[in-house]
Ligand binder design. Structure first.
Ligand code: CA
Length: 439
């Protein structure tokens, strides 16, 4: 673990909203997004959250307040995507974080200069923080893999490669959008087990997947693997990720080559990227059950054992059309933590590149659905409804097995140690529209 002065739990900011108990964005967090003023023709540019404000990094760059490394980082953050900044590497990310932390602290002599770069979060809208080149979706919760495996293959739930390989597939980045995304219920081929032939129609088993998104920063050259102990230098940060899934399409199409149209109609990210550096204090030990195969050497290290996992608490909530009409609050469906992941992000990076595959700044990993060990910690409706066999009761009397049109799904996440500061992820929310009538 690399802790420095920016992680000091006692730091407070002259931005008073950052010091409130339970604030999402205290001075220890400093996450990045791309934003502009709501309904304006202004260009999108990089911003950092502090309390209920955004620091406009383009405006800050124009002030030329900082030394060369920080200024170079700020100039990259002034662009409409953060790819260039993400490609610069840990030295520049850390230099900017340190400069912002010092400038935002109570008593800083930079206060008046920074104040003029603040915009209220209520007045901004967000875009994807970077151009996402390639998107890889992993499958790192053994609890999710086992319970989904049971539904699809009762006799053979967990395939033998699961405990050796961080399993993943190459997804599609074109349909990834930022929180607030709305999308039409997908149409596709499905085949009921007792039907003779498949039929085409709107998906009947629409589901969410509670995942973390991982943004790659500095990439690697084609042919060069990233060693497990180097992996974290290539990870820029994390967001919340809803990997929408059409379970009935998936069941019919997924063999032999894996998910296809069941997964590429929409995926939604939260606007803020919480940096890898901000998450350092929440790293925890990673272990592998002694009865399971131990990782091969390229997936094994003391550092990964000591600090490879991160305790990011996750929650998924539903808000139906009826609940919105009646002004009822969203209902919490489940809670989990990323610390339960069978594989760490360092292992995902090491495995993804062991064959020489090149990652690039802005590439994106989904962690896979983060279901915890208890059934009520499941990260999808497929699991919570036991494959659609059990109704989930909502407090207003509605029931769900899978999602209905008008449902809004909200995901939240945070890190917090006993008595310590809370580092929030904000939220990702998106809404299902009825299927489009196909010509
Ligand atoms: Ca997924």
């Amino acid at each position: 673990m690399h802790l420095n002065e920016t992680h000091d739990q006692l730091l407070t900011s002259w931005v008073q909203s950052a010091n409130k108990q339970g604030a999402e964005f205290p001075i220890q967090n400093l996450p990045f997004a791309v934003f502009k003023e709501k309904n304006s023709n202004n260009a999108f540019r990089g911003g950092v959250a502090i309390g209920d404000q955004v620091i406009d990094l383009k405006a800050l760059a124009a002030k030329n307040l900082f030394h060369a490394d920080v200024q170079q980082a700020l100039d990259a953050c002034a662009l409409p995507t953060l790819n260039e900044f993400m490609a610069m590497g840990t030295e520049y990310w850390s230099a900017l974080r340190l400069a912002l932390s010092r400038a935002l602290r109570e008593g800083s002599d930079r206060q008046s200069e920074i104040e003029s770069c603040l915009i209220s979060q209520t007045n901004v809208e967000y875009d994807l923080p970077c151009v996402i080149g390639d998107y890889t979706d992993f499958y790192t919760s053994i609890y999710h893999a086992t319970s989904v495996g049971k539904l699809f293959r009762p006799d053979n739930p967990l395939l033998p490669n699961y405990k050796w390989i961080p399993i993943g597939y190459h997804g599609r980045s074109s349909s990834i959008e930022v929180s607030g995304q709305t999308f039409h219920r997908p149409v596709g081929q499905t085949k009921a087990p007792d039907a003779i032939e498949p039929s085409l129609g709107p998906c009947k088993r629409l589901d969410y997947e509670l995942e973390l998104g991982i943004y790659i920063g500095k990439g690697n050259d084609l042919g060069d693997a990233i060693a497990i102990n180097e992996a974290d230098n290539h990870v820029f940060g994390y967001c919340l990720f809803n990997d929408w899934s059409a379970r009935d399409l998936q069941a019919w199409e997924y063999q032999p080559l894996g998910p296809f149209l069941a997964k590429n109609f929409a995926s939604t990210v939260s606007p803020w990227i919480v940096t890898n550096e901000a998450l350092e204090p929440y790293r925890v030990a990673w272990s592998r059950d002694e009865n399971d195969p131990q990782p091969m050497p390229y997936l094994e290290s003391d550092k990964n054992r000591a600090f490879g996992a991160i305790d990011i608490k996750l929650e998924v909530l539903i808000e139906s059309e009826q609940m919105r009409a009646d002004n009822l609050p969203p209902y919490s469906l489940s809670k989990s933590s990323f610390k339960h992941s069978y594989w760490t992000v360092a292992q995902m990076v090491a495995h993804h590149t062991v064959n020489g595959c090149n990652l690039k700044a802005g590439d994106f990993f989904g962690s896979g659905t983060q279901s915890g060990p208890k059934p009520e910690e499941a990260g999808s409706l497929l699991e919570l409804s036991n494959g659609g066999k059990q109704q989930i009761q909502l407090p207003n009397g509605e029931q769900r097995t899978f999602l209905q049109d008008g449902d809004n799904v909200i995901m939240r996440g945070f890190c917090q140690k006993e008595g310590g500061v809370r580092i929030g992820f904000g939220e990702v929310s998106s809404l299902i529209l009825p299927a489009k009538v196909q010509p």
